[in-house]
Design a protein around this ligand. Structure first.
Ligand code: SAM
Length: 283
């Protein structure tokens, strides 16, 4: 079987629209596979197998691989190339439309992808919604986005993306990958990160939608103090009472706040809204 990324066995003109920068660096491929700690009992979903730089290698280790490729030509070529691999199921569709719930019933799944840059953000939302399915997620994304996801309070790159992803996952920034590891070369560095779903924070959240509004509005204007930036979503009284109940100074800036503080604040806003709506309903 040909699993050599430098000699994929077929020629192809990549399109930018589908983020087609193919991995050719064997060291990076090995490091990605090592990071997933694959074994023979694993079930893996790979998004965007491309020319199969990771796919063939994964399939030789694990029990089952489901690889979702949107590009019709690549899908056809992969089907020919890997016809002998009975544990590999190639799926020709847009992974943003894949119903991940159909994979329920499997043991926890490992997710691996060298993600096309243009679907990173919607794919992160899909992974967050379906996080219960996964034991770990290894993704390569644009370095700038990976740095924001893994950032800690007090850093310039710490923002709503850091807080929301760290609410649902333990995040590890694994390693940077330079443009020279791909063909064609992307314009910017990439980074490989590992996301492991965790209940520690999200079990404490009373209303996830409200929590997300609190986080996003807190960062709506980075230079403003939190009592001002929250005004984009909440009224003055709600903000003052819940900040005080949460023992968080309104003069703080969002980029100094820990995930646990956002949860405390959102839960206090929730309690306040519940108590006002039950007061109103008694009339
Ligand atoms: N995994 C291969 C590698 O590492 O060399 C290819 C990675 S390349 C960055 C991204 C791959 O995702 C391409 O094969 C592209 O056709 C595919 N792709 C792009 N958008 C997609 C989508 N919405 N759903 C599924 N695959 C997609």
């Amino acid at each position: 079987m040909n699993t050599d990324p430098n000699n994929p066995g077929f020629s192809f003109r990549p399109t930018k629209k589908l983020g087609q920068n193919f991995l050719t660096d064997k060291t990076v491929i090995n490091r990605i596979l090592d990071s997933a700690a694959l074994d023979s009992k694993d079930v893996v979903i790979e998004v965007g197998p491309g020319k199969g730089a990771l796919t063939g290698r994964i399939a030789t280790i694990v029990k089952n691989v489901y690889a979702i490729e949107k590009d019709n030509f690549l899908f056809g070529e992969l089907n020919n190339k890997y016809a002998s691999l009975s544990n590999l199921t190639l799926i020709n569709e847009d992974a943003l439309r894949t119903d991940f719930k159909t994979f329920e019933g499997n043991p926890k799944i490992k997710f691996i992808a060298n993600l096309p840059y243009n679907i990173t953000s919607p794919m992160l939302s899909r992974l967050t919604e379906n996080r219960d399915l996964f034991s770990n997620i290894i993704i390569m994304i644009q370095k700038e986005v990976g740095d924001r996801i893994a950032s800690e309070p007090g850093n310039k790159t710490y923002g709503s993306l850091s807080v929301l992803i760290q609410t649902f996952f333990n995040v590890t920034r694994l390693f940077t990958v330079p443009p020279g590891s791909f063909k064609p070369k992307p314009k910017v560095d990439s980074v490989v990160i590992k996301l492991v779903p965790t209940q520690t924070h999200c079990d404490l959240i009373k209303d996830i939608n409200l929590y997300s509004r609190v986080v996003k509005s807190s960062f709506s204007s980075r230079r403003k103090m939190i009592n001002n930036s929250l005004k984009s979503e909440f009224n003055k009284e709600e903000i003052e009472i819940s900040l005080s109940n949460s023992e968080i100074s309104g003069k703080r800036r969002a980029e100094t706040m820990e995930v646990s503080e956002f949860i405390r604040l959102a839960n206090n806003i929730y309690e306040l809204q519940q108590s006002t709506s039950s007061d109103n309903s008694s009339f």
